[in-house]
Design a protein. Structure first.
Length: 262
């Protein structure tokens, strides 16, 4: 029987993290690397990827990067092919790349809806399908971690500054994608789970934090704080490891208790 430390050990595992050049993606990539995984980061901007790889390297983490545009089918296919060529196989896929767009529902542009839904749902389907078909299913093992949001649990209050119809819809879709794929691919030894972060400082939430203010955002959060640069590390490492080998189809909120009282 393995010890708890051995169950969490990711030595020898490989991981592909999309949206991994900064913020929550880089935080999760750091966690996987610290537990021993070899990590490939992906994002659109090469300069940001280079900086992230350098940061991970200073921590002794084996990391490299592949620039890719997840908004297109060819971009997703190219990323999957390049990652598999570089790593040989993918043990852990973290689907973190995403986008948001704020506008009242009655004025919501179709191009904005399509951009959010394509990146937040369609690209995750395409990349999961490619990695699953080419690597995880043949090897009969794999861990897929989708990054959803507590925005997927409910709509926004009438007085909320958040007018994020497509984002909320996409994250709710991603949660049920997670459950459904877990049901189909469990037979292949693949677990599929989702993390639903609450309010974290990030490029995506900069405008919201400026508009609403941190104090207003956190006053109804039981822990009365934003997430920080450590709060996703433990859950990401857990879901990627053998400690979670009997956990699949689940959505874990990391939100200071916000979703429990919404």
């Amino acid at each position: 029987m393995r010890t708890t430390q051995q169950l969490f050990d990711l030595t020898g595992r490989t991981a592909l993290v999309t949206g991994g050049s900064r913020g929550l993606g880089l935080q999760m990539a750091t966690a996987l690397g610290e537990m021993g995984a070899r990590v490939v980061l992906s994002a659109r901007k090469q300069a940001e990827l280079d900086a992230a790889v350098e940061q991970l390297g200073r921590l002794g983490i084996a990391a490299s990067a592949i620039a890719a545009d997840m908004a297109s089918e060819s971009g997703v296919a190219g990323l999957a092919a390049a990652a598999l060529e570089r790593l040989g196989h993918v043990d852990i896929l973290v689907n973190n790349a995403g986008a948001t767009w704020a506008a009242p529902a009655e004025d919501y542009p179709l191009e904005a809806w399509d951009k959010v839904m394509n990146l937040n749902v369609r690209s995750i389907f395409l990349l999961s399908q490619a990695v699953g078909r080419q690597s995880m299913i043949p090897r009969r093992q794999g861990r897929i971690i989708n990054v959803a949001s507590i925005a997927g649990f409910a709509g926004n209050a009438p007085d909320s500054p958040m007018k994020t119809l497509a984002y909320n819809t996409s994250k709710a879709a991603l949660m049920n994608f997670t459950r459904t794929l877990a049901g189909e691919w469990g037979v292949h030894g693949i677990t599929v789970n989702a993390i639903a972060p609450g309010y974290f400082p990030s490029k995506m939430t900069t405008g919201l934090l400026q508009q609403a203010g941190e104090e207003n955002l956190t006053k109804s959060v039981p822990l009365h704080r934003l997430g920080d640069d450590e709060d996703l590390k433990g859950v990401a490492a857990f879901l990627a490891s053998d400690a979670a080998k009997h956990v699949t189809g689940q959505v874990i909120a990391v939100d200071g208790g916000n979703s429990a009282v919404r």
